[in-house]
Ligand binder design. Structure first.
Ligand code: RB5
Length: 146
């Protein structure tokens, strides 16, 4: 199960990602926005991230205008490793090397076709582990120092 969330700016991209996930038969929980009406991205990020941290969802995809604000908010949630990506290589390697559990996309940065490719590679790429595990553990250690 994938958690989806957006603010008003990310709403159209989230809706097109839903269509893509439907075509692929991937189940999701839609945390809103449910319309283009203005809604602030920080708590939209938290809603989806809480589902990841609690184990209800394995990953989340978040959309705002740039992908940046919603990724900043997501990374404040303990246990979340959110990556804001607009290219295929980054979306792939943030899974391979960072074990990212949240992908953030900018609806004003990339179009729906590119977004679908990023979502696809993000959801289908496994964490490589090995030498990358201790680095991910260090991220958690820093989180636990706060
Ligand atoms: C909303 O206008 C916009 O600021 C927001 O979607 C996002 O881009 C923030 O990072």
């Amino acid at each position: 199960m994938i958690a989806l969330s957006s603010d008003h700016a990310g709403f159209p991209l989230k809706e097109s990602i839903k269509q893509f996930l439907d075509e692929k038969g991937i189940l999701y929980v839609d945390c809103g926005a449910y319309s283009p009406a203005s809604v602030d991205y920080p708590y939209q990020a938290k809603k989806a991230c809480d589902l990841v941290v609690s184990g209800v969802c394995e990953k989340a995809v978040l959309c705002c205008g740039t992908g940046i604000g919603i990724s900043m908010a997501a990374n404040k949630v303990r246990g979340i490793r959110a990556a804001c990506c607009s290219d295929y290589f980054s979306a792939k390697y943030t899974r391979l090397h960072n074990d990212a559990n949240v992908l953030c996309l900018g609806a004003r940065v990339i179009g729906p076709g590119a977004a679908n490719e990023l979502v696809d590679v993000f959801l289908s790429t496994a964490f490589e582990g090995g030498r990358h595990q201790k680095r991910v553990d260090q991220i958690t250690e820093i989180e636990n120092m706060q």
